[in-house]
Design a protein around this ligand. Structure first.
Ligand code: AMP
Length: 133
């Protein structure tokens, strides 16, 4: 897509720090510099997010998320990863080309990855009625 920054990264029009690529997937460091090794894994073909991505590309992206995450834990000195994805502006997606964030973690690194704090009143049975497939 013409005005998509992640498409431009795939095409080499915008520089990046590449971590991995194959025929369908590209992975590179996030410029946020908020966590060491913060990585984005994207399909080379443009999809807005998980909601419009076809199975072939979504499978390839998830497999690459697993490959890169395992590499970080098995060979790069990390103890785990958070895999994070936002779909839609309401979910705080800011770049509208599908991507999964990999945040490499070390025990006791002090990062706070879970924004939900405290319990709220809710009826799980009612919520299940609304959401179950
Ligand atoms: P999200 O808010 O989930 O859509 O994440 C978008 C991410 O893209 C943010 O973490 C940005 O820091 C990152 N980002 C935006 N532009 C670039 C770029 N040119 N190179 C690498 N990461 C980028």
């Amino acid at each position: 897509m013409n005005d998509c920054i992640f498409c431009k990264i795939v095409d080499g029009e915008i520089p990046c720090h590449k971590i991995y690529e194959n025929d369908k997937v590209f992975a590179f460091l996030d410029i946020a510099c908020d966590a060491e090794g913060h990585t984005l894994v994207i399909p080379k073909k443009h999809f807005v997010n998980v909601l419009d991505c076809d199975k072939e590309y979504l499978d390839a992206v998830i497999e690459a998320v697993r490959l890169v995450s395992r590499h970080y834990v098995e060979h790069c000195g990390y103890d785990g990863v958070n895999v994070v994805n936002a779909d839609g502006a309401a979910a705080e997606q800011s770049v509208f080309h599908l991507h999964f964030h990999i945040i490499p973690r070390k025990s006791g690194d002090g990062l706070k990855m879970w924004p939900l704090e405290g319990k709220r009143e809710m009826d799980l049975a009612e919520i299940r009625k609304k959401l179950a497939l």
